[in-house]
Design a binder for this molecule. Sequence first.
Ligand SMILES: *Cc1c(COP(=O)(O)O)cnc(C)c1O
Length: 387
Amino acid sequence: MFEKEYLMLPGPTPVPPRLLRALSEPLINHRGPSFKRLIDEVTEGIRYAYQTKNDVLILPSSGTGGMEAAIVNFLSPGDKVLALSIGAFGDRFATIAQTYGCIVDKVDFEWGTAVDLNVVKAKLAADVNKEYKAILVTHNETSTGVCNDLKGLSEIRGDHPALILVDSVSGLGVMEVKTDEWGLDVIVTAAQKGFMIPPGVAFVSVSPRAWAAYEKSTAPKFYWDLGSAKKFLEKGQTPVTPAIPQLTGLREALQLFREKGREAVFAKQRYLRDITRAGVKALGLKLLADDAVASAAVTAVWAPEGIEAKAINKRMREAHNVVLAGGQKKLENKIFRIGHLGYGQHLDVLATVAALEMTLKELGYPVELGAGVKAAQEVIMSRKGLL
Ligand SMILES: *Cc1c(COP(=O)(O)O)cnc(C)c1O
């Protein structure tokens, strides 16, 4: 293929050339000293990203495997959990807990909105016998482009003994997560979102409180046993053959992350979000998320009345080589999603807005060519020097 493709998905993301080179290093013995150095460096790098001193364990899986690990290691069949869902991934977390026999008290919030912390407060207050063993929450709900307030959630939990288990698969490395300061017990993320490497590894951070729960957990586990992963990590190894290329790629990704600095990375992500939102709004399209809860990783947009979201994505891909994500579950064919996390810059989102204008016009939606681009450019010019 000769044409450049704009992979504007909320994962997998494009991989920067420097990481592609690191991904193709020769394989090494995963029971030898080089591997110990590799995993130690990677673990330290992940701790920097997580802002934690907790253990962080790396699993050979996609993000969902990490979510399953969060359930089977710290809960038991019959445990009551409070599952907060604002979209498809919140539903998935609840389903995993149910699959392993937890009694799931699921609270659904309208898709496109964030968790209403007052509802959580009331739920915890009503739990006088402190039966909830955990609160399940999605940090960044990729299916709707909404970000939940983890700090606020942790404050509301207060001294309730429930663990907070977080799916931050598309949040970590993109938006601030202060694991220790906010008292978040278990946080799951994966390689192919904010960390920009191919899918195949997930990470799970574990607080001392979560390890205490692990000791009591009776849920079946073997591949996902984090206690076993911790024992092996102490020797600089993993229980099973790890995804070595992903780890050499990840070492480089974490190095990049450190070189740029957490704050600068997060600021850049918010910048790309703001450019995208300004451009799309100027075309008269409606966004799912309000500004106050808008994700810095992905923007979800309602297809205009009378135009199918799938037709927009098809035209974007076929005519402009811009690859967008569609809607999931009940939002299928109703929305399209623009990913703007990881390896990308302002001109990528500007190009996407430009292509969107042409696509909409071609599909019969009234747009004034240049209106979205102009609004996007105005955001870019107001933030000179922030690449
Ligand atoms: C991508 C994603 C997942 C699932 O990750 P897989 O790697 O596809 O298993 C889970 N949660 C969120 C919020 C995600 O964005």
